[in-house]
Design a protein around this ligand. Sequence first.
Ligand SMILES: Cc1cc2nc3c(=O)[nH]c(=O)nc-3n(C[C@H](O)[C@H](O)[C@H](O)COP(=O)(O)O)c2cc1C
Length: 739
Amino acid sequence: MLRKIHSLPGLVAALFIAVVGVTGAILSVDPAAERMGASLPAGLNVARLAERVQTRYPGAEQIQRTPSGALIVYYQTGSGAGADQVDPASGNRIRPYTPSAFFRWVKQLHRSLFLDTTGRIATGVTAVLMLVLCVSGLMLLVHRVGGWRALARPLHGSRSQRWHAEVGRLAIAGLLISAITGTYMSGATFGFVSDGMQDEPDFPSTTSGGPPAPVGRLPALVATDVADLRELVFPEPGDAAAVYTLRTVQGDGYVDPSSGALLAFRAHSGTREAYELLYRLHTGEGLWWFGLILGVCALTSPWMAVTGATVWWQRRRAKPRLSGNSRARSAEILILVGSENNSTWGFARVLHDALREAGRRVCTAPMNQASFHDSPARMVFVLTATYGDGGAPSSADQFLARLAQRPPDPATRFAVLGFGDRQFPKFCQFAKDVDAAFRAHGCQPALELVPINRQSSQEFARWGVAAGDMLGSGLKLEYTPVHPQTFPLCLQERIDYGREESEPTVVLRFVAASVAAPGGLLNRLFKRDRLPHFEAGDLAGIIPPGSAMPRFYSLASGSGNGVLEICVRKQPGGMCSTYLHGLRVGDRVEAFIQPNPQFRPASGKSPVILIGAGTGIGPLAGFIRNNTGKYPMYLYWGGRDPESDFLYEPELKNYLADARLTQLHTAFSRVGNGVRVQTRLTEDAENMRRLIGGGGQVLVCGSSAMAHSVRMALDEILAPMNLSVQTLRTTGRYREDVF
Ligand SMILES: Cc1cc2nc3c(=O)[nH]c(=O)nc-3n(C[C@H](O)[C@H](O)[C@H](O)COP(=O)(O)O)c2cc1C
């Protein structure tokens, strides 16, 4: 619901918001520019100022002090009316006052889109929608990161999601202030709320009637500081009833030109003062620096509109349509889906279709909408993602509370499939909570909970076999994610290791296919001759011939290195690894990039500890290769045999020599007594504590068994420091890329 409240106004008003935002940002420069040169001598009173002005401008009609502090004199001469900005110290002219035609044009566009009342209504509605967007966006962000306290934590998600949330997080306060003040000002324009301007003082019915005294001696003007002045209007010469009109920060009134007494003064009401504050906050007038900050925030609105629309589109594309979805009342099997970004729906659809093909009546629904109390279904599958800090995705956030309200249900069998990411400290936590809640509810587990890391199609297919066995109807679950367009690559070089082993490893270096192909200029002009952008640690998705399912390999290079490099171990019976091992220099493959921004060293000079085993060295070697700033980097790597298996040996030696790598610690399991990488860490515990105590971060890449052992070893090493892997993780200082 909250997501709909956020995306609907965003899509409807994206263009208006962008126009109002950009014009607002331009207008924020005006008060700052006007402010320049508008300094005021301390203690100057209005009487003295008016006297100076009258000496220089005998035809002065009005002195106005703009909210930015500039003093403007409006006057008449024989040749007509004029206006000058004047120096308060001398009353001399600084420059003629001609408001910029450009700013007037932008202001009109900002306020009414050049459409008078219709335009004012449109901009008013835009301000309200922006307010809705800001509040709903903030709530979504809090939900996404797992609470208010985690608002500053590193963000996760697709590139557009992160850019949207990251920029939104920085600009939200400014956008919210602009939206609130803009909404109120529009409301005041149309009389929905008061601006307090109605409280004008009554014109004095009588004056002292004496001869006019020199302006410099009028007591009411002597008592008014120029810093408080808004406007002084001189009396019409020769008019006996005329008075000075004085408007100040505190209120408005009139001044008797003969006695100098203050007549019919009326102080500003609270409403007016509040409105003026809102006005100044919105326009930056009188608060030029604040206006500039709001302007910078407003400038983000087109960016937010574009990234927001992209996120909406990606989510929409990821949500599949279900065919033959039965009603809960007539279904045999329920599939309940907990999802935030809809990718879990893709898996649910595959399960839904497979069960239907097996002749079952299936109802698939979001977990929050689950009405399984009035369903005869006795089998419930739950497929759910985890969000925030181990919390529920938005389509499932009411599920546990609803389940708790229902009577125990021992007749229902359930199986929970969790979708998550091992990078997060609370991997698949919500799925675990749902599993526990079903058990507490007396339901019978038909299968143990299975957590699926990073939407792995293989793990899903394996679970499908177990689910099919359980149902007695052989399910074939082939999930093909919607992946980006592939690009062609040509193998430029291969370096083979461990040939004599049963599982040889190869480092493959590809270039863009069109670079490798002959054909010169034309070829380069009309073909994609460059690699797309990627960084070491991102993933290359490769679809082997004869399969629709991509396999992912961590990249050992960035596109800046000019090659796409992966390190592949041949898995027994592995379709894609066998295919890649069979490639010869000059062969072509199709690949796509899946960004993996969570797995990168943070920028800065703090030490980076890289830990890996086997082909996990790939992205780690890429990080070292790109450490051209020569910041401290320590590599702990485990292999089998140094003779045949020392991946990247020559490169690592070069990196040590040129200081891109500070220390290298290797552990080989098939020589002598055999040592694993976690043992090396324990042996080097003192060094580890020193590096982590000095702000170091840890990046681990390799098998999940190795990553588990490393976590155990590090927890022991860090215990004397009152630190753990978990605490490092929550602050973004422990990252894993595990396969
Ligand atoms: C902001 C954010 C927070 C996440 N938090 C967790 C988490 O705490 N635990 C976890 O295992 N996975 C977490 N994930 C990973 C998602 O659960 C995982 O990518 C899932 O497949 C997304 O499914 P969906 O597209 O259906 O929402 C998070 C992802 C994002 C973008």
